[in-house]
Design a protein around this ligand. Sequence first.
Ligand code: AMO
Length: 423
Amino acid sequence: MSRTLASQIAAHVGQTVTLQGFLHWKRDLGGIQFALLRDRSGIVQVVVDKRFELPLAESSMRVVGEVVANAKAPGGYEVVAQEIEFYAKASEPSPIEIPKEEWRVNPETLLEYRYVSLRGEKARAPLKIQAALVRGFRSYLDSQGFTEIFTPKIVSAGAEGGSNLFGIDYFEHRAYLAQSPQLYKQIMVGVFERVYEVAPVFRAEQHATSRHLNEYLSLDVEMGFIESEQDVMDLEEELIRAMLDEARHTAAPECELLGVEWPNLAEMPRLEHPEARRILREELGMPVGADFNEEAERALGAWAKEKWGVDFLFISKYPESARPFYAYPEGDGSTRGFDLLFRGLEITSGGQRIHQYEVLVEQLKKKGNDPAHFAGYLEVFKYGMPPHGGFAIGAERLTQKLVGLPNVRYARAFPRDRHRLTP
Ligand code: AMO
């Protein structure tokens, strides 16, 4: 059986086609019934005569019929059904009316019924766009000589600090869910020089916010033989362009459906931390500490948009106090660590890392750690690590900001948050 998609019917006027999909909506006009069939590509109107009884919405179905032009039909074409088969009829009315997508329901309700609310065209579109972003991530890095790696998600210690680790029982040992592949991607630089990973990571964030998930997709990159963190930012700039390009071309209908406003990709300025801090204090009247909070990031994003017309802004040279122990110290209290803000939200942390064993031990002690606790982390640095650096992009945050979602949870199919473990 050859299947025609909803988006292809214009090319088949006068022909008999087979459609497969879901009963999106139905209407009975007495003598005649109309059904909307939704498939992965879109929605098509089907004219159904009284011979056929239409079941509840969301039933899965197959329609064989002739394509005719009809100016009144959505998209200008419809299919006159000759045959209809239902693979599985819905046994209950959908708790969310999929066609009424401007759902004025409690967001918790939408997440509660995510297994069916995701079928809405607008609900599923961010995930389609995210898939394109990830595809762009992989293909750009492949083209630059990177190797995809797969590192353990069950680990014996945290890499980003102990506060937001999920502990688990691992036979007779205590283990944790990986909060970042940080150590492993560094080790793999010693193997392949340039590596990336696309995998979930876990953070026991105590607070429910619009930008924190407890499980998110981390797009990790690490590369060896760099001169400085500038090389890493150069790569990230090109990578972001390639990712957005992929989304723009291969998820064009979804971007259009959501009215995605395309960001300025031409420029991604780099602001050093002391200057960013001065702007916040003096120009924006916001007293800030070493690490910038959500409000400060938003303010900087808005400032850069107004001043330079940019959507992406790097903040570089973070102070040691705001960076993990592995950040490369400049010797003046600053590091070669950076963040990338997109429309005022941090979507990336990264930087050059320490590659010398003695410096790492020193930095660990300086931060009040006992190097013995980091023996596993330190081991590889005894074996000739090259100067290296990298970063991680939070896939849901990038998607959230690109498509303008009010909450990062809508950029993940089945979000895990402070109160949600199902569906
Ligand atoms: P960091 O902890 O800053 O850095 O995380 C990197 C990026 O991941 C995203 N992110 C999150 N997204 C959703 N929910 C969360 N709870 C959450 N926490 C972080 C953000 C953030 O910028 N190992 C370093 C990266 C590196 O230096 O290579 C790290 O994990 O977009």
